[in-house]
Structures are given as structure tokens and as C-alpha cells.
Design a protein. Sequence first.
Length: 304
Amino acid sequence: MKRGLLIIQLMLIMFAADAQDSSYRSSAHKRWILGGVQATLWGGTLYSLNNAWYSNYPKAPFHFYNDWKEWQQMDKAGHAWSTYQISRHTSNIWRWAGMNEKTSIWVGALSGMSFLGIVEVLDGYSDKWGFSLPDMAANASGALLFVGQEYLWKDQRITLKLSYSPYQYGTLKPRADELFGSGDVERLLKDYNGQIIWASINPKSFLPDSKLPGWLNIAIGYNARTMLGGYENKWKDMNGNWIDRTDIDRYKRVLLSLDVDLTRIPTKNKTLKTIFSIINVLKVPAPALEWNTRGKWRLHAIAY
């Protein structure tokens, strides 16, 4: 649920940003509207999050929790992706509203950090979790990736993208349903085994004199597999009995693939530009070469 609400918040911001006219003319009217929309989205999302998620778990005094090793760092990669995208698209909205370039960069980054930081504070008062410094570090890395590129190149040459393909659990499907839900949308938002976070790099922006297509990217992906719990493949069933599946090896994967930066495809159609910008948070399916911590190489006809 928490991750679902964050992604809903992200998509709303992106749509509001990129569906606008590309003009950055100053307008106090635009800024007031945008401020109201953003405050409403944030307030509504955080209120829903608190009532739909945290209210189901016991409260506790504010405390810290080190979850660096949980989910093989896949959740940390997800934090970086979320903060990067929120920072980038919030900055675009404020530029549309007339804010100067430098200020809009920092407002975007601070918006991403603040939103996920508030969620972290709510975690800090929950008995089940705690305020995670590793999560905050991952949030900061996503925001800094956006800010650093704006200051260095005034261009996002490296973008963070997400892909997902359903993982097949076979006889372990009941455990997967318990952890990640049984519906397709719920699995998309919760199942780290099926998610890949990609750093999509645009070679043409580094080699402007080359004959490479401007939209062609090289993507490096990270994913972990066969995780049946946050830390280990061992859990209690509904009757309180321990289920030990530590015989199933948890492993990490690094993938190399091609990608498309849809925002670099030339078009004068504003609707198409909006669609490209929204879809561009996701990686385009393509062949990929995998290396994993089992020491094996694997070629995928399509990786997504």
C-alpha cells in the first residue's frame, strides 16, 4: 500500500507537469494554482497513507531502524527511482509556473526529499518499522542525481527507469500472495522479485559528434530474485509454525540492455510529448545480458 500511494502521487505530479504548455512565462496565477494542487495532492496522499496503512499497526515512540540488508537493497533502488522522478517532474511544473531555473531545480529536489521524508517520519512512529537512514540516503541519491546533472550539463543524460515482469513462484505462490498480493497491480507495486531499476544512459549526449541516434540509450539494471521475506527465506505460517526455505538461494542480478529515451524523439505534437514523458519513467523492452551472484551469465531475448 505504501509503495502504491507513492507511485500514484508520482504519476499525478508527472501528468500535471507534462500535460501543460511548454511555455515557462512567469505567472503568479499559475504558481498559486500549482501550489494549491501540490498541497492538496500531498495532504490527501499522506492522509490516506496514514489511515489506510499505519492505522493498522501499533504506534511506538519515535525510533530508528537499519533496514539496509532488507530485500537485497531493491527497496533502496526503488526509493532512488521515486525521488529522482518526483524531483525532475516537480521541477518542470514549477518552471512552467514561471519559477527561475535554479530555484525550480532545488524546489523539485526538496519536494522529492520532503515527501518521502515525511513517509519516513511516519515509519519512525510505527512499531513495525522505524526511521530508516539507509532509505533517506537512497532518497538523497535520487534527488542528487537530478540536481547534479542539471548543474553539470543542464540535461538529464542519465535517467532512472523501472521495469516489471511477473515472477513465477510455482508451489510457493501462497507465500507470494501473502507477501505481495494476488492481483496484477498489487504485484507490480510490491513484488521486488519482478522489478528492475535501470540507469538509462544516453551516449549521444556524451558524444555529440557521433552518428548515434539521439534517442538510443544503454541501460544498466539491478534486480534481486527468489526473495520470500525481507531478510531470509524463513517465515511463520498462519498457525505459527516456522517454514524454512533457506534452501532457496537469494541472489542478485546486473543486466545490460538497450533502451529508448522517448523524450528525445523529435515531435511537435504536444499530446505525444506528454505521453512520451510519462511513459519514459519505464524502460523499453529489449534484449539483455545478465550476470548474477551465482556466478552465471545469461542472455535474455527480452528483458523487462
